[in-house]
Ligand binder design. Structure first.
Ligand code: NAD
Ligand code: ZN
Length: 340
């Protein structure tokens, strides 16, 4: 079968012909229809320090997908061949204290699809049946293909009450843009989004951000004044992974504000702890999605009118994967879908 593989350490990826993986007793075999490129895949493509530390080659990459179940293991009961599915790419151990408390998103031995085990950028791949999410007909294929990052946005945005709040989102990547739409739908008073990339700020505006600030040219303080935010933001969503953005979140927070941190910050990122302590801020780290509470919220938000389709800016054949990574590297993309 065809698969997109990191074959050796170094820059790039290649399409290889490899055997269809065996489906174990507790697993299902999935044939993806559509997959989507994540920033993580770009890190692996570029073979940066994170990828070098985390990826053992050869590895089939990819974790954002939707497709059909084509085979089930002999212990699998709740899903069947022909089911149209997406799935949770965090594979949890079931044995650690958080797993045993029923909090799979806090698993201490989480393995990532397409990072620690072969991923979904292949004609067929396996997944534990307990990770499968059956898709209702209400979710279009394209949208289902980006359920994984959409879940990051929902998990982060809905970590704190947003109704009537003034929300600052730093970073208008695909996840920040989706979070803006979710915050508006949840009834936020203002949703201010910052980035340095005009292309993405336009998308954020289309998705319901009340104010977009290009921090290279415009002042956040002026925007806050115009928006009537005189005492700081009550909720922050850090979605850039940039230390400067985190520091802006802390500086612009109202006393007692809640800030959720999704963006992955570089090692040694420094903050002014006085801001956290004397403003009595609450910071919450976010990893992945709540399994499966977030997935149900995701589905219901779409069924109640949230439209993510305009975020999909590229639809490519798998063979054209390089074009997708180029667009992402240049910051000239929303979500990039690869059709199988
Ligand atoms: P992305 O890289 O596409 O978007 C990040 C955006 O932040 C870019 O548009 C960039 O221009 C912008 N940015 C850079 N510096 C900034 C600054 N100083 N102020 C404001 N904006 C700035 O990423 P994404 O796919 O949307 O993901 C968002 C972040 O979340 C990334 O850091 C990613 O690694 C991380 N992530 C975390 C998890 C998790 O489970 N914790 C899951 C997925 C992604
Ligand atoms: Zn566990």
């Amino acid at each position: 079968m065809k698969a997109l593989v990191k074959k050796h350490p170094g820059i790039g990826l290649s399409i290889e012909n490899i055997p269809v993986p065996p489906c174990l007793d507790h697993e299902v075999l999935i044939k993806p229809r559509k997959t989507s490129l994540c920033g993580t895949d770009l890190h692996i493509y570029k073979w940066d320090a994170w990828a070098q530390k985390n990826i053992v080659t050869p590895m089939v990459i990819g974790h954002e997908f939707m497709g059909d179940i084509v085979e089930i293991g002999k212990n699998v009961k709740d899903v069947k061949v022909g089911d149209r599915v997406s799935g949770e790419g965090h594979i949890t151990c079931g044995q650690c204290p958080p797993c045993r408390r029923g909090q799979r998103h806090l698993c201490m031995k989480t393995l990532g699809l397409g990072i620690h085990r072969h991923g979904c950028f292949a004609e067929y791949f396996t997944l534990p049946a307990e990770n499968v999410f059956k898709l209702p007909d209400s979710i279009p294929d394209d949208v289902a293909a980006i359920f994984d990052p959409y879940g990051n946005a929902v998990h982060t945005a809905l970590s704190f009450n947003l109704t009537g709040e003034d929300v600052l989102i730093t970073g208008a990547g695909p996840i920040g843009i989706m979070a803006a739409a979710i915050a508006r739908k949840a009834g936020a008073h203002t949703v201010v989004v910052t980035d340095r990339n005009p292309y993405r700020l336009i998308l954020a505006h289309q998705f319901g951000a009340t104010h977009c600030v290009d921090i290279t040219h415009n002042s956040l303080e002026e925007t806050m004044e115009k928006a009537g935010i005189h005492h700081g933001f009550t909720v922050g969503l850090e979605m850039s992974g940039h230390p400067q953005a985190l520091n802006i979140q802390l500086e612009k927070a109202q006393n007692g504000a809640h800030i959720a941190l999704l963006g992955i910050l570089p090692p040694g990122c420094a903050i002014d702890w006085d801001l956290v302590i004397f403003k009595m801020l609450t910071l919450k780290g976010i990893y992945g999605r709540e399994i499966f509470a977030t997935w149900h919220q995701m589905t219901h938000l779409i069924e109640s009118g949230l439209d993510l389709k305009p975020l999909i800016t590229h639809r490519l054949k798998v063979e054209d994967f390089e074009k997708g990574f180029e667009a992402m590297s240049a910051g000239q993309s929303g979500k990039v879908i690869l059709n199988w």
